[in-house]
Design a binder for this molecule. Structure first.
Ligand SMILES: Nc1ncnc2c1ncn2[C@@H]1O[C@H](COP(=O)(O)OP(=O)(O)OP(=O)(O)O)[C@@H](O)[C@H]1O
Ligand SMILES: Nc1nc2c(ncn2[C@@H]2O[C@H](COP(=O)(O)O)[C@@H](O)[C@H]2O)c(=O)[nH]1
Length: 185
């Protein structure tokens, strides 16, 4: 029987999910952050097996076929998915697991793990989201525009999630996130 909590952090690209999750892990080192598989190419400094499992489209397709992914989605031209086995093992060991994933995957999780707690991170404004994506400096102009276009559709779905937190001031958002997480673990 599984007893750890499954916590999903979702929201548009560039809103600060990764930044918040890494700060959260400093505070709660016992939480397990799932490492996703992706067909995206690594960015400078990203490490295979730590930031992502960087795989080919063929390998990703095989993972889908073999039901090795708990959820997966296509996002801005690449595929992303959560490897099932590590998540199930941690939950069975009573370790709570964090997924930092986009909205389609977060919707799928609701079907397989109805008790998962899903938090939607919002930007203070669309202009600020645009600014964060640009100043991160990891995407081409085309990719930024694609992610911003998708962000409009994603933000429209925010009410489908258990909680919404605005990431304006980082420390304030982190405090709100900690409060939500402490209420369930
Ligand atoms: N509260 C904040 N105020 C200002 N800048 C922020 C804040 N939170 C995050 N950032 C910055 O915004 C940029 C995007 O943050 P981050 O990479 O964490 O977003 P993300 O939601 O994980 O993106 P993706 O979904 O593409 O992985 C980073 O440069 C980060 O330093
Ligand atoms: N559905 C899933 N989405 C995921 C997963 N891992 C990451 N992501 C999300 O993809 C976008 C783009 O990520 P980036 O690293 O290219 O900026 C972002 O919203 C991530 O949260 C996953 O396993 N499943």
């Amino acid at each position: 029987m599984m007893s750890g909590q499954l916590i999903v952090i979702t929201g548009p690209s560039g809103v600060g999910k990764g930044t918040l999750v890494h700060k959260l892990l400093e505070r709660y080192p016992n939480l397990h952050l799932s490492v996703s598989a992706t067909t995206r190419l690594p960015r400078a400094g990203e490490i295979d097996g730590k930031d992502y499992y960087f795989v080919s489209k063929e390998v990703f397709g095989q993972m889908i076929q073999e039901e090795k992914l708990l959820e997966w989605a296509e996002f801005a031209g690449n595929c992303y998915g959560t490897p099932r086995i590590a998540v199930e093992e941690k939950l069975q060991q009573n370790i709570s697991v964090l997924l930092e994933i986009e909205i389609e995957g977060a919707k799928q999780i609701k079907q397989t793990f109805p008790k998962a707690f899903r938090i939607f991170i919002l930007p203070p404004s669309f202009d600020e989201l645009d600014h964060r994506l640009r100043q991160r400096g990891t995407e081409t102009e085309t990719a930024i525009l694609r992610r911003l276009e998708r962000a409009k559709e994603e933000i429209a779905l925010k009410e489908e999630f258990d909680r919404q937190i605005i990431n304006d001031d980082l420390e304030t958002a982190l405090t709100a996130l900690i409060k939500e997480i402490e209420s369930i673990i």
